[in-house]
Design a protein around this ligand. Sequence first.
Ligand code: RIB
Ligand code: CA
Length: 313
Amino acid sequence: MSIRHSVIIDCDPGQDDAVALLMAYGSRDELDIRGITTVAGNVPLRLTQENARRVTELAGITDIPIYAGCARPIMRDLVTAEWIHGATGLDGCGLPDASMSLADGHAVDFIVDTCLAAADGEMTLAPTGPLTNIAMAIVKEPAILPKIREIVLMGGAMDHGNTTPAAEFNIYVDPHAAHVVFECGRPVVMLGLDVTHKAITTPARLDAIKRLGTPVSDSVAGMLTFYNKYDIDRYGMEGGPLHDPCVIAYLLRPELFSGRHVHVAIDTKSELSMGKTVVDWWDGNDQAANATVIDRIDADGFYALLTERLARV
Ligand code: RIB
Ligand code: CA
């Protein structure tokens, strides 16, 4: 296989971010992973950066730098989600504390420097948490924009939110950052709840991962078993939606997904619907499209790809 993307993964591990990282680590023949940047989200930054290092060590990877980024949203106070991810943010993983070092420097500077050094259209940004680091890099150095091929993000929802009735967590936590990203003028692919809630980790899909019988699959099974509990109880589904690995799967096999190129606006004004992604699916406002909103997935194909890539780590 040849390299499909030169990519920076920006994340807030969180169990689903961790599975996304491991899926990416099993795909290095197709993904040139330049670095992992971490942001406050599911849990505070001191834990998201620790968790990214714990998972990277599980994969036995020593040549991909892990950076700490922004410790809070641009304008709002940080909102975290320990009630879903546990106090550590990675409950169920069965992993030791991190021993690998954090890379020197701030994540935003790493994103800026890496993009500036790249050719036009070379860099893909793959955020799976609040968009604070991505937005701050764009604001700090707009010259990175032509270097960005596309921003493939997990976040948003056309329909119901998961954090408020209106908003999905990543966008809710930092709606102002999301506004900067969706208005930046570079191609955005939005993998929101409309598609991730069609990627359900059923018992059969979880068993297929367990049958790999490796330290990676054991940790993933433990994380997903913990992480699924909240969603199973809340939504009454047979498993939890697997949000962040959808970003990696899109990078690897975009044909597993489909959606529509439409205009997306972010509500940054109303406390009632703060962080809502207002998706003009039927082009009612006649506004120029600024994102490809994904609403369909080949879920069996996604889980087969995920399991196959986890087996490689
Ligand atoms: O709403 C789900 C998203 O918020 C996922 O990325 C999860 O990890 C949290 O960051
Ligand atoms: Ca996340």
